[in-house]
Design a protein around this ligand. Structure first.
Ligand code: ZN
Length: 202
């Protein structure tokens, strides 16, 4: 670790989420050493190597550090926890390819309720994540999938028919652990936004 401070060599941080599951975060930089406390300070950006005493940052530097932590640490950890809770499966269509899955926020990131926690998350495949974010697909507080009426009546190719329209009325596949399931209150918040949209819902 001390050699990494001297050389500026980037490292990979493995953040433990649950037993045997880690979120890799890279590159990270060791920027300070407190031998009396047996701790090192690890930074998510090389810029912190040049900021002097990292325990005494200015407010703009602190704000930058917070933003960086959100993007580089909390969002990847959110993905790991949500995908684990849903056993690497899309909650809408059951697709099991991890590389095609995302952790979607129920209440978006920018809202104070939009925390990166499993009750505010849904494991969704790329297409259902995008459809959810664009309010083409909604989820009721009772865990049922609804497709926007206009989209339901469109005529298009097999992706629309089998990938989206056929999901109408399906029940979400939920995590086994009740504590990991999506919050009904947060789903209700999002459902209200979905139904308030310009499109109609059946
Ligand atoms: Zn899906």
């Amino acid at each position: 670790m001390r050699a990494a401070i001297e050389t500026g060599q980037p490292l990979i941080l493995f953040r433990k989420e649950v037993a045997n599951y880690y979120t890799p975060v890279m590159p990270v930089y060791v920027v300070d050493d407190y031998p009396e406390e047996r701790t090192f300070v690890v930074a998510l950006d090389e810029a912190f190597r040049y900021m002097g005493d990292v325990r005494d940052l200015s407010e703009p530097q602190r704000e930058y550090a917070r933003r960086l932590a959100k993007q580089r640490l909390h969002q990847p950890a959110f993905r790991t926890r949500v995908l684990l809770a849903y056993e690497t499966r899309c909650a809408v269509c059951s697709l099991r390819h991890g590389s095609l899955l995302d952790a979607a926020h129920i209440v978006p990131d920018g809202d104070p309720l939009g925390t990166p926690t499993t009750p505010n998350g849904l494991a969704l495949c790329k297409i259902h994540h995008a459809a959810y974010d664009h309010d083409m697909l909604g989820v009721t507080p009772d865990y049922e999938v609804r497709i926007d009426l206009e989209v339901l009546e469109e005529i298009d190719g097999p992706m629309l028919e089998h990938g989206i329209q056929a999901m109408h009325g399906r029940r979400l596949e939920l995590p086994r652990k009740p504590a990991d399931r999506p919050s009904r209150d947060l789903l209700a918040w999002r459902w209200e936004r979905f139904t308030a949209g310009a499109r109609e819902v059946r």
